[in-house]
Design a binder for this molecule. Structure first.
Ligand code: DC
Length: 226
């Protein structure tokens, strides 16, 4: 099998990784893998089982009861399957965001998910987004991009998204949540969010989506023969 192309996109919560990666994947004909959704599924599972995300004993005891599947529908949308149940819609709440950030700090959780992520990249050309894709999951990725923006800009964008969906949005609360997740994701011992040396940093604070896509395409074109 020919070696597959992999584009690793890492960065903090709300930097626009998934919106950008989804669009790029469609345009380039790659498979989009949202690894945050996998950690969210783990968090949702333990939430249902009444195990707190910091409770390493409970997590160790019950983790073997969890099976995770990733499926794609005809539009290329990623669906998360937890023990046979489609939980794609259930994992997108602020509570699960926080719990995913905490549960993902445990080595036992990260170890369980490593091969699953690597296997997808072995079989398909992928755009994979997360926190440790360039550093741990795919250290030999064809292209590594670190997508970021100031916490204030990320909070504002998140609020706008919530308002557009008809949800209530409290800017100060959203900003606090983002700052807390940034802290947790960058300060954990195992596979913390950090930029690797061979990663290209793209600050999207002053760019709109089209601007980010154009900049990403330019970066990718330099590394991937078109
Ligand atoms: O990308 P997201 O916001 O859906 O991710 C939810 C949480 O999952 C995030 O706060 C940290 C964790 N995560 C991780 O530890 N490693 C990844 N590759 C992706 C997400």
């Amino acid at each position: 099998m020919a070696k597959k192309i992999s584009i690793a996109i890492d960065g903090p919560a709300g930097a626009g990784k998934s919106t950008i990666a989804k669009r790029l994947a469609k345009e380039l004909g790659y498979m989009y893998v949202d690894t945050g959704a996998i950690y969210r599924t783990v968090a949702y599972f333990f939430d249902l089982w009444g195990v707190a995300p910091k409770d390493i004993d409970g997590i160790t005891r019950y983790i073997d009861e969890l099976t995770i599947g990733i499926e794609y529908d005809e539009e290329g949308v990623q669906h998360m399957i937890m023990n046979g149940m489609d939980v794609t819609g259930d994992i997108r709440t602020p509570e699960i965001s926080q719990k995913a950030s905490l549960v993902s700090a445990h080595a036992i959780v990260r170890d369980m998910l490593l091969d699953m992520q690597r296997d997808v990249a072995k079989q398909h050309n992928v755009i994979m987004d997360g926190r440790d894709i360039g550093t741990v999951v795919l250290p030999k990725a064809t292209v590594k991009i670190f997508l970021t923006a100031s916490a204030e800009v990320r909070a504002r964008r998140r609020c706008d998204e919530m308002l557009a969906k008809g949800m209530k949005a409290d800017y100060n609360k959203v900003l606090k949540d983002i700052q807390q997740r940034d802290y947790q994701d960058t300060h954990r011992e195992v596979a913390p969010l950090k930029m690797c040396r061979d990663s290209i940093k793209l600050d999207t604070s002053d760019l709109d989506i089209d601007g980010v896509i154009a900049a990403m395409k330019e970066i990718i074109a330099k590394k991937v023969p078109q």
